[in-house]
Design a protein around this ligand. Structure first.
Ligand code: KIV
Length: 269
């Protein structure tokens, strides 16, 4: 299923991806034509009420991966490897990645380039498909000094390009860009040999991903914070407002991605 999707992406079809954390939405999204479900560690915020992804554990990811796979056995599922599950030791990374695959994922996502290239290579060599998450990497939010666009300067863009190329050469099946200039993501997409997925990375990627709660316009920040203090990111788009119907909102998102209407310039950097 994953390989067929990758081939469609490489032949020019835009891939519509959404985050998904439970069986009900998994079934709904699959029937609505979402190409790939991401069991994202964004669940640390939108499900658990935290202010980052840093509290998410392997147990959390296994639980949510299992119930998403149960809800949509025919869907292609990507699962995030949570913080501390892959960065320190190759054997641990492989064991955790294999556990996510056993739980129902078809591919795992790891954050970062540089020394993570070796981890990606090791997972792939041992039979685990990998997506590399580059640009803004939420597990490094503290190191990056907050939610900031990455790759804005020529030099920073070159680093992201190099990371993407090295990840593709190491065997990563996909590269995901978060919050990078649209021109950079488009250029890298045209340069590397694997499909790219964007979130806040412009329309030039091979596909798009959105957090479900952003598509529904229902996320108002961490549990303990005043909703009025929360500002949705620029790349978020409420598709529910137009229709009042969740299923239709998801179908509209898929269509907007497929025909290149989403993201528009106002969602990009
Ligand atoms: O966890 C997540 O939802 C993600 C997306 C922001 C791409 O990684």
């Amino acid at each position: 299923m994953l390989n067929a999707l990758l081939s469609r992406a490489m032949s020019g079809e835009k891939i519509a991806m959404l985050t998904c954390y439970d069986a009900t939405f998994a079934k709904l999204m699959h029937l609505a034509g979402v190409d790939m479900l991401l069991v994202g560690d964004s669940l640390g915020m939108v499900i658990q009420g935290g202010d980052s992804t840093l509290g998410v554990t392997m147990q959390d990811m296994l639980y949510h991966t299992r119930i998403v796979a149960k809800g949509a056995p025919g869907a292609v599922i990507m699962s995030d490897m949570p913080v501390d599950s892959y960065e320190h030791d190759l054997a641990d990374a492989l064991q955790n990645a294999q556990a996510l695959i056993e739980a129902g994922a078809h591919i795992v996502k790891i954050e970062g380039g540089g020394h993570m290239v070796e981890t990606a290579r090791y997972l792939v060599e041992n039979g685990v498909p990998v997506c590399a998450h580059l640009g803004f990497t939420p597990q490094s939010v503290e190191k990056l000094g907050g939610y900031k666009i990455q790759g804005k300067t020529e030099a920073a863009g070159q680093v992201i390009l190099k990371d993407a190329q090295e990840m593709a050469t190491a065997g990563a099946s996909m590269v995901l860009f978060e919050m990078v200039p649209a021109a950079l993501a488009t250029h890298i997409t045209e340069t590397i040999s694997v499909p790219t997925i964007g979130i806040g990375a412009g329309a030039g990627c091979s596909g798009q991903v959105l957090v479900l709660q952003d598509l529904l316009g229902i996320y108002t920040g961490p549990a303990e914070k005043n909703p009025q203090d929360y500002k949705a990111p620029r790349f978020a788009q409420n598709f529910l407002g137009q229709t009042g119907n969740i299923e239709k909102a998801i179908i509209n998102y898929v269509q907007a991605v497929k025909c290149g209407e989403f993201p528009a310039a106002q969602h990009s950097y």
